[in-house]
Design a protein around this ligand. Structure first.
Ligand SMILES: *Cc1c(COP(=O)(O)O)cnc(C)c1O
Length: 423
């Protein structure tokens, strides 16, 4: 009964995480396969936000220290709550900023070009904002990005070869920035191996965990990677614009932040209001200004579920979901129509399955008409992200059936093959 409706039901019946689905707001007539772009709202996240709003209502200014969730300590508390997902010590993680601002902070802190070591190494499939950050940081040092940004090439435009990355860790490289999971193809890189190879060459290494936090267990402390950044509005379901996070290994604590702001202060001294800053001796030192409380609060409720469910169990179900998706695609003979661009080996796969088709933009529009929310990445990629906490195996089965209908009936021809403003 491989890749059948009955098998989907059987998997759902025996799924220990199935209980979480009802904690989320899921539209009756929709199937949401886009949780890797914006995770859905859960009731617990909503309640956590309401508690913070109520603290404001009740306490005014005193909400900073006297509310149910005192705002003054919220970033540290959320850092601590996120740390098990990263295999980090609580004081190595802080909830702050966005990937973009945290990357600026980390590169400003760690990139100190000296002597021969004047280059930053990254890769050509990187998310655009990461590249913009690196180029602008180089420019601030008066270095020409054309010369000093070393960009690893992809052989097929979809995935990276780890040996090629390592070969590019040359003597002139000071810092490496890589994604844990490539946002388009969903390839998972070996964070441990790449960290060891960088360190063996005296290179600082950091990772963008946008597509692995909340889905793949990490061991950042033990591996010893220097820094990492992530967002929380994707797999962690914190809501649009939810506050991101950063990890900085404790071996670097005390290192002067490249960018300083008063919320990076030692919390006891912060309100001394003096012009000589005393930095926190934790990851908190790399914060800038007043935290965005209402964009942080939902995460309190959301993270509770990750702790209860367990990140190892989440990864196990996620792989089972993506395996089932692959089996259904193959069973319905869609693997000849679509090119599967996500690596098939489990230890090279993140949380989504990406397929390529030249009509991808309008196939996505046809899926939406059927109530299935996929995600299109220009120019020709569709990503399907079944989410361990709220996607069932039945949902996956239905998605593939709809895709089959759209292809067989050429339903996509009702739409134009261009992307919407947000894709
Ligand atoms: C989503 C994503 C971002 C977004 O950065 P923000 O600063 O949160 O807007 C950055 N990098 C990667 C790899 C992403 O997937």
């Amino acid at each position: 009964m491989k890749a059948t409706y009955d098998q989907a039901l059987e998997y759902d019946k025996n799924d220990p995480l199935a209980i979480y689905k009802e904690e989320f707001y899921i539209h009756d007539s929709r199937l949401y396969m886009d949780g890797n772009s914006l995770g859905l709202l859960s009731k617990r996240a909503e309640q956590a936000l309401e508690r913070s709003l109520n603290d404001w209502k009740e306490h005014g200014i005193d909400g900073w220290t006297d509310g149910q969730e005192p705002w003054y300590f919220l970033s540290e508390k959320l850092g601590e709550m996120t740390s098990p997902l990263l295999g980090a010590k609580p004081h190595e993680v802080i909830s702050t900023g966005s990937i973009t601002t945290n990357l600026h902070q980390m590169v400003a802190t760690f990139f100190q070009p000296e002597g021969k070591k004047t280059k930053i190494l990254t890769e050509e499939l990187a998310f655009p904002t990461d590249i913009y950050v690196l180029k602008s940081q180089l420019a601030l040092h008066g270095l020409n990005p054309d010369e000093h940004l070393q960009v690893v090439k992809s052989e097929n435009g979809l995935t990276l070869n780890e040996d090629t990355i390592i070969e590019n860790m040359t003597e002139d490289v000071a810092l490496v920035l890589l994604p844990s999971v490539l946002y388009r193809s969903g390839q998972l890189l070996n964070v441990k191996k790449l960290t060891e190879e960088a360190h063996a060459r005296g290179i600082i290494i950091g990772f963008d965990l946008a597509h692995s936090v909340g889905i793949i267990p990490h061991q950042l402390h033990t591996i010893g990677c220097d820094f990492a950044v992530w967002c929380t509005y994707k797999y962690l379901n914190s809501g649009p614009g939810g506050v991101g996070g950063l990890f900085i290994h404790e071996k670097h604590h005390g290192k002067k932040p490249g960018l300083a702001g008063w919320f990076g202060s030692n919390k006891v001294k912060q309100f001394d209001m003096v012009h000589e800053m005393t930095h926190a001796d934790t990851a908190g030192a790399y914060q800038l200004g007043t935290p965005h409380i209402f964009s942080s609060a939902p995460l309190i409720g959301s993270l509770e579920m990750f702790h209860e469910a367990g990140i190892e169990n989440i990864r196990e179900k996620s792989l089972k979901l993506t395996n089932f998706l692959l089996e259904c695609l193959s069973k319905e003979d869609l693997t000849s129509t679509f090119e599967i661009i996500t690596p098939l080996e489990e230890n090279s796969r993140g949380g989504h399955i990406a397929v390529a088709h030249k009509e991808a933009a309008r196939i996505c529009k046809a899926l939406k008409r059927k109530g299935i929310i996929p995600d299109f990445r220009s120019p020709n990629v569709i990503r399907f992200a079944p989410i361990a906490l709220y996607t069932s195996f039945e949902d996956v089965w239905t998605t593939v059936q709809s895709l089959k209908e759209i292809m067989n009936q050429q339903e996509y021809k009702d739409f134009s093959n261009d992307r919407n403003v947000i894709a």
